[in-house]
Design a protein around this ligand. Sequence first.
Ligand SMILES: Cc1cc2nc3c(=O)[nH]c(=O)nc-3n(C[C@H](O)[C@H](O)[C@H](O)COP(=O)(O)O)c2cc1C
Length: 299
Amino acid sequence: MIPLGPLRLETPLVASSGTFGSVVEFAKVADLGAYGAAVAKSVSKDPWPGRPAPRVAGTDAGMLNGIGIQNPGIDAWLRDIAPHLEPLSVPVWGSAVGRTPDAFAEVADGLARGGVAAVEVNLSCPNLEGHTIIALDARMSAAVIDAVRRAVSIPVGAKLSPNASNIVDIAEAVVDAGADFLTLTNTIKGAAIDIETRRPCLSGLIGGYSGPALKPIALACVLEVHGALPDVPIVGTGGVRTGRDVVEYLLAGASAVGLGTIHFAEPRAGARVLEEMKDVVGSLGVTDLTELIGAVEPW
Ligand SMILES: Cc1cc2nc3c(=O)[nH]c(=O)nc-3n(C[C@H](O)[C@H](O)[C@H](O)COP(=O)(O)O)c2cc1C
């Protein structure tokens, strides 16, 4: 069992929000047992239609998305999705998104009533109207986490942005406000332009960039935050494709590691990555995975 604050995970892998639907669909194509948790697509208070097409685009190294958090709203989520989560062979975390602290709190309360094991607070989506990212502002981020903390008694995670100029400031603010763990990170702002049509490849112009190129950026966030706040549990997320990537995140200070974009090319990646990780850990002569957490050696 891997400790992640008040949570205990069967494996260190976490299926990252938005990269496999509501979890229910994912159960039909993936081996959910490979994951210690699966985070459902972010949900808002009222239904959000998301952005019009085109809203995903390939790049040389990774993908851009400008989905705009299309979701049915918390009432429909409770009615249509929550009842199907309990039989799944993985703990499901909810993901809350919103525009005000009260709206986040209302969603988190709904997710908790729907039976999720934890709520991850999405402070960091880069493709909403106006491209405002709450997780760039320590005071706003703390206000949201404070409201969610008061609304639920289940564990609360804060998902932060690699666009923050000083991610340690944001991490400190959300931990002081009551976050039990941090997810580092969401996508980073990105764009691409079709030179023939002269149009951006995403209707929203700027979207979230994810996949392999994000790994060194998110890894730096994990190193910085773990260095400053060594007792705060972290889910390292960004560009993971192999068992070696997982071990790299553990060494940087993550207790668990998210898999996102890889699911689009390989829905069953979790099972492969877990086996690879076990082989790598064995080859390093390590018997207890938790020994690796934050065990990066200085020069
Ligand atoms: C198409 C797509 C949709 C996403 N939707 C969400 C979302 O609803 N909520 C959220 O917190 N993160 C969302 N993310 C971000 C991922 O959960 C993850 O943090 C990010 O993609 C970095 O990991 P990766 O490089 O392994 O994909 C989304 C990512 C992609 C590619």
